[in-house]
Design a binder for this molecule. Structure first.
Ligand code: XIL
Length: 449
């Protein structure tokens, strides 16, 4: 009885062994893969390749800046790949990378392959380069600022990185126009004086905007003609005050609705459809040399709005209204607009022989409502960096005569208007909360290559 039991058990063990030998030959160690030279090398990516290993289920790819793999490119510390190649993306141009690969089957992992060295094309961009240095002589690199943030670390950063500033709020009507014939210049002067003292350009923003109408004007009880006179006097006073100090003004901001059509503002209601032309005319009369811009947002993706914005501009030009340029605000997202959508929009400005200002650039990384983030993921961070780079590349490629400035809408992430506007954490700018350059800054620099 006992003997029979032992025999049966031995039989089972033998049977199991035989089975495991047939299915997965555990005695065979996974062969070491052979890595092949990279192909499809660009300034931001390459294709890593290796040979097939019999019975491997996947491969573990390492990519590093150092030949001894003491650190790894983000996401490339044993990245699992099912194929025999992988396109390594979001890299820096003109930079030496190394890769190696292992074969894997479950927990069984082969030895490391040979190490392949690859240099991305293009030129290496030193991430410590200030933006204005890289863009020197081509166009201004600007930032939106406020008068309370012009000293200490702000001052150091602004004077190092930027060649232009825009008041984020303090040169708007609500800040300056305190009553009929009365003006508060304190904060606007502080910003302009700071720029003059530091040899920084000033872009004026914005003479007429429905989003910054003083409450006393909203409840104004005078006639329409008196209202129009107030606006005339305001534009004249502001533009005259800064002749020779402010290079350019957004004369009218956001006059077209989302989805198209003229925005029904107090200015339209009281001054009529011609109000835009009149504002440009008054600004020109106050300063014959200042550059006059029409400024708006979302024109690359909202095509009905785009059509109406350029129809408005064509109409101004057809009537010899003095306009020098278009500001595309560029409050954009990590995945939108596409390069093509942006290029089409940009080309419409150039086709009208007008200067182009990317006037309020920020790139939302947390704009995907179906995938809201609490912390910035490596993937989103890379995509956001590439969007910054793309935007700057598109701008940098336009003919010099059309260039004016790229202005970013703020300095530090935690002080960006985007966080309040969308009521969500985000990281839309070029500097972190401690004034450090982010990879978006490197993306901006790479766009200037
Ligand atoms: C925003 C400022 O960033 C905020 O601080 C303020 O509360 C509202 O205005 N388009 C424009 C800018 O032209 O003036 C706006 O700035 C952002 C949208």
């Amino acid at each position: 009885m006992k003997k029979k039991f032992v025999l049966i058990c031995t039989g089972i063990v033998f049977f199991l062994n035989a089975c495991s030998k047939d299915d997965t030959p555990s005695s065979a160690i996974l062969a070491t893969p052979v890595a092949n030279p990279a192909t499809e090398i660009t300034d931001a990516s390459f294709k890593a390749k290796w040979n097939f290993v019999s019975s491997a289920q996947n491969y573990l790819l390492d990519v590093s800046l150092s030949p001894d793999f003491t650190d790894f490119v983000t996401n490339y510390n044993a990245k699992s790949v099912n194929d025999l190649n992988d396109i390594v993306m979001n890299l820096t141009g003109g930079t030496q990378y190394y890769y190696r690969v292992r074969a894997a089957r479950g927990t069984e992992i082969s030895n490391y392959s040979n190490v392949i060295s690859v240099i991305t094309s293009g030129t290496f961009v030193n991430p410590d380069t200030p933006l204005k240095v890289k863009a020197a002589n081509n166009f201004f690199v600007g930032a939106a600022v406020s008068s309370s943030r012009l000293s200490g670390a702000y001052n150091t950063l602004i004077t190092t990185e930027f060649s232009s500033i825009t008041a984020e709020n303090e040169m708007k009507m609500e800040a300056i126009f305190t009553g009929p014939g009365t003006y508060n210049w304190t904060q606007a002067d502080a910003i302009v004086d700071y720029a003059v003292a530091n040899n920084i350009n000033v872009h004026g923003h914005a003479l007429v905007w429905h989003g910054s109408v003083p409450s006393w004007m909203n409840s104004y009880t005078g006639t329409d003609a008196e209202f129009e006179q107030l606006v005339h006097d305001y534009i004249t006073a502001v533009v005259t005050r800064y002749v020779g100090k402010v290079t350019s003004w957004d004369v009218v901001n956001e006059a077209i609705n989302d989805g198209g059509g003229t925005r029904n503002t107090i200015f339209l209601q009281k001054m009529g459809a011609n109000y835009i032309a009149k504002c440009f005319q008054w600004a020109r009369e106050a300063d014959p040399n200042v550059l006059l811009f029409y400024n708006d947002y979302n024109t690359s993706t909202d095509i009905s709005k785009q059509n109406d914005v350029y129809a408005l501009i064509d109409n101004l030009k057809a009537n010899n209204v003095p306009i020098d340029g278009v500001g595309l605000q560029m409050h954009i997202k990590y995945d939108s607009p596409t390069r093509q959508e942006l290029q089409t929009d940009v080309d419409k400005v150039l086709a009208r022989n007008l200067k182009l200002h990317f006037s309020e650039l920020d790139v939302r990384a947390n704009s995907n409502d179906s995938q809201v983030l609490n912390t910035l993921t490596p993937e989103r961070k890379s995509a956001q960096k590439m969007k910054y780079r793309e935007v700057v590349e598109v701008y940098n490629a336009i003919p010099t005569t059309y260039k004016y400035a790229i202005t970013v809408w703020g300095i530090k992430d935690n002080e960006s208007w985007i966080l309040n506007q969308f009521n969500r954490v985000d990281w839309p700018l070029l500097f972190d909360n401690s004034f450090n350059r982010k990879v978006t800054h490197t993306g901006f620099l790479e766009g200037l290559e």
